[in-house]
Write a protein that binds this ligand. Structure first.
Ligand code: SRM
Ligand code: SF4
Length: 552
């Protein structure tokens, strides 16, 4: 191993199949934290060690250690849980976590605030419900996201199967998760063979998204590997494959950048798994292992060149990319309300602001979904826009489900939310994210109140403008692919980005830096006022801003 390799590379290599000293760390009652090396390894098991940042100063003044806890993120390819699993999830969230079930921008959920002594009980209960968090984080393939909208079935279920099989194909072989968190006995001292990940795993996280045109609800080109289903005569014949998407950047470091995936070409559906597998191995073998800032596939691709990367994938997979086939995206937003699929089953897409599922004064999400789940009247699917689809409702149960959703204010909440709010996304940020420079999910809702007034004043409240906010430049809510992106720079301050298209095929550009709320609202009042007066028929805010405000 080269001396130049990053500290994380050494930790992975010495980890004995991601085991590290996790058992000792978890047993140490003197601290709510775990050892530093184990903090890196626990991510591969779907957990992050965090502390409550709201309480840092107060605790430091009292000379107390930080208030440590774990966040856990589930592995849910395509974002699906059964009614039975939902019921388990509800109770686990209530027993061991803050109680909020947070839907993520990759179609899964996170639970926060798990104290160290509750880590194992939490995972054991997940395991009883056939849920796990393996590879939800870490330098491996993460949760595979797939178009969530049910009314495109039966194609939808085919893509859902692909998400599942890719997730299985690219799952690490180690049994460490089961030994550490579930109590499985270790049968041999030998570490498992893992032909894909070996002992070094990937240089960095790896993400796959699968879109079914005309929906791009998964924001497919922001993934390391993007698969666009190609449909002919109502059948998926294969996939256009692109690689090298990613959002993360660092303020003030122009060598880092967000990027959309570059198109490699079309492959038949029987070849897609082989090709994806080799896209991963090329990144494994050529990715930067010295500086984690430059280790995502997008940098490997730009260093090697798209053509060279692609040829290496062709060589390894023995599959030649054909010219990409035509496709068309018309939307990225979820389709709220009721929809029916080809089997006659019903689906209700619920708007969940910033993905925070909890009971509030106005809407009792958790109570409603628990009642539906306990009655086994539906399954649930999360979307990459941080929403939830109450799924697979039989015709005879539709009224029962509708009544429950109404009783607890869920339908009214979805119907009453404005168009612009329903297209907004915010990342977690404070108080749990250690990397946050500014608020996001706790702040965007109140900013949206004011933005709603602006769009109403200019009579463009029916325009579906995507607004996304993150608390730092890492891009967890994909702000660089939003028509209006806010990226936190410091508490109360955001860079404003404009000019992405509405369907996720063009990134935006930095428009103004370090704006406070007053400045944001003044800018928006001005820009949206001009848009309302001068836009061409059917022109999106993103397209308009690019032509009017960014190209001079
Ligand atoms: Fe993310 C790190 C939350 C989607 C790019 N992300 C984090 C961490 C784990 C902070 C940390 O490393 O300590 C955040 C935990 C916050 C908390 O307290 O819960 C975090 N990311 C999230 C979620 C929960 C945001 C949300 O509100 O939904 C999303 C979970 C997705 C999932 O279920 O797997 C989430 N993160 C994304 C996305 C969007 C996507 O994948 O579609 C991106 C941009 C796409 C990409 O990967 O480039 C994203 N997260 C990052 C990065 C920047 C990576 C980079 O290449 O530079 C980091 C920082 C890092 O990895 O060093 C990060
Ligand atoms: Fe945290 Fe930044 Fe991701 Fe937001 S974008 S969750 S602040 S890492």
């Amino acid at each position: 191993m080269s001396n130049k390799e990053s500290a994380t590379e050494k930790i992975k290599k010495n980890s004995k199949g991601l085991r590290g000293t996790m058992l000792e760390s978890l047993a140490d009652e003197h601290t709510g934290a775990i050892r530093e090396d184990d903090q890196a390894l626990v991510k591969f098991h779907g957990m992050y060690l965090q502390d409550d940042r709201d309480k840092r100063t107060e605790r430091a003044e009292k000379k107390l250690d930080r208030l440590w806890s774990f966040m856990v993120r589930l592995r849910l390819p395509g974002g699906f849980v059964t009614g039975e699993q939902w019921e388990a999830l509800h109770h686990i969230a209530g027993k061991y976590t803050t109680g909020v079930i947070k839907i993520t921008t990759r179609q899964t959920i996170q639970l926060h605030g798990i104290l160290k002594h509750n880590a194992r009980p939490t995972h054991r209960e997940f395991n009883l419900a056939s849920l796990d968090s393996i590879a939800a984080c870490g330098d491996v393939n993460r949760n595979v996201s797939a178009s969530a909208h049910p009314d495109v079935s039966p194609l939808h279920s085919e893509v859902f199967d692909l998400a599942n099989s890719l997730s299985d194909l690219l799952r690490p072989k180690t049994r460490a998760y089961y030994e550490i968190f579930i109590g499985e006995e270790k049968l041999t001292e030998k570490t498992e063979d893992d032909p894909l990940y070996q002992d070094r795993y990937l240089p960095r996280k790896f993400k796959i998204g699968i879109a079914i045109p005309p929906d791009n609800d998964v924001d497919v080109f922001t993934n390391d590997c993007a698969l666009v289903a190609i449909i002919e005569n109502n059948q998926i014949i294969g996939y256009n494959v692109a690689a090298g998407g990613g959002m993360g950047a660092t303020h003030g470091n122009s060598a880092t950048y967000p990027r959309l995936a570059s198109m490699f070409g079309f492959v038949k559906k029987e070849d897609v798994e082989k090709v994806v597998y080799e896209i991963v191995t090329v990144q494994r073998d050529f990715g930067n292992r010295e500086d984690r800032k430059f280790s995502r596939l997008k940098y490997t691709l730009d260093r090697l060149g798209v053509e060279t990367y692609k040829q290496e994938v062709e060589k390894r997979s023995n599959v030649k990319f054909e010219e990409a086939k035509p496709y068309y995206f018309s939307s990225r937003t979820d389709r709220y309300g009721w929809a029916q699929n080809h089997e006659g089953k019903w689906f209700y897409t619920v708007f969940v602001e910033a993905g925070r599922l909890t009971d509030t004064d106005t809407v009792l999400f958790k109570t409603a979904f628990l009642e539906i789940a306990q009655a086994r009247k539906a399954d649930f699917r999360f979307t990459s826009n941080q929403n939830i689809i109450v799924s697979n409702v039989l015709k005879k149960d539709k009224k029962i489900v509708e009544d429950i959703l109404r009783k607890y204010g869920v339908i009214q909440y979805t119907e009453n939310a404005s168009v612009i709010r329903k297209s907004s996304i915010a990342c977690v940020a404070l108080n749990t994210c250690s990397l946050a420079l500014a608020e996001a999910q706790r702040y965007l809702p109140s900013l949206m109140d004011k933005i709603e007034t602006i769009v109403k004043n200019h009579h463009v409240e029916e325009e579906d403008i995507s607004i996304r906010m993150t608390g730092c430049p890492n891009g967890c809510a994909r702000p660089y692919a939003a028509e209006i992106g806010f990226v936190g720079t410091a508490l109360g301050h955001y860079n404003m980005h404009l000019g992405a298209d509405a369907v996720g095929t063009r990134l935006n550009k930095l428009y103004k830096e370090n704006l406070n709320e007053e400045e944001i609202l003044n800018e928006l009042d001005n820009l949206i006022g001009i848009y309302a007066k001068e836009k061409k028929s059917g022109e999106s805010f993103g397209d308009f801003s690019l032509r009017k405000f960014l190209i001079t």
